[in-house]
Write a protein of this length. Structure first.
Length: 227
């Protein structure tokens, strides 16, 4: 997973200069810093112990609930936004992607990493009539993602807003590392984790908040205080 993220960061190192937001933990930010030491790093975190750990590493941290709070960043201020191993823990994807798309400037990069609901071992579990390991009711995960689902979600809510620049996989359960790395490289949609490098290519005007209203989705999604 680290190698996959490093490859993604390296491919957009020239953008890691103004504002880099990351939303869970600190290792990803430090990895980005190793790619470009001049990058200005910002973290968004709600869990108090993680907030203190990040601040002890000299990272500027905003303590916020990303499912309800607006990011304290101006419109189109960010070069790169990272959401690695976070979306599977959240319900309010429309609000989260609204804020991401608001703060990311046109031409900026969005890096997403999520467990793969369509990984080989999850497909086998479903075939056997068992629950996929990444989406157990008793776990912290509340959403499952596949490559096609994320691309379809972005295109449905924000048509022609993002372009996929790169895609990769990491880990290939249940194989040991010596086999897992090449398998994940050749068959990324079967890997345990999937990673997206997306580029924002047009201005954002609130489309993620409009989508559930227009589609009359029968779920009580958080769309902001004024909705």
């Amino acid at each position: 997973m680290v190698a996959t993220l490093y490859t993604v960061f390296y491919s957009c190192q020239h953008l890691l200069t103004a504002c880099l937001i990351w939303v869970l933990g600190g290792d990803d930010l430090m990895l980005a810093k190793s790619v470009n030491p001049e990058a200005h790093l910002l973290a968004v975190e709600a869990y108090a112990p993680n907030v203190e750990r990040l601040r002890s590493q000299g990272i500027n941290v905003f303590s916020a609930n990303i499912e309800r709070d607006a990011l304290t960043v101006d419109d189109e201020e960010c070069d790169v936004v990272i959401a690695n191993q976070i979306l599977e823990h959240t319900k309010e994807v429309y609000w989260i992607f609204h804020e991401i798309s608001r703060v990311l400037h046109v031409g900026g990069k969005l890096i997403i990493g999520v467990p793969n609901l369509a990984s080989l071992h999850n497909r086998i579990l479903l075939l056997l009539g068992k629950q996929p390991s990444v989406l157990k009711t008793s776990s912290a995960h509340v959403r499952g993602f596949t490559k096609n689902d994320i691309i379809q979600f972005l295109e449905s809510c924000f048509p022609n807003g993002y372009v996929l620049k790169s895609f990769g996989g990491s880990n290939f359960y249940p194989f040991p590392p010596i086999f897992a790395k090449p398998l994940a490289t050749v068959f990324p949609t079967f890997a345990w984790g999937i990673f997206f490098l997306l580029q924002k290519v047009r201005s954002y005007n609130g489309e993620f908040l409009e989508f559930p209203i227009k589609q009359q989705l029968e779920t009580n999604f958080w769309l902001g205080k004024d909705v």
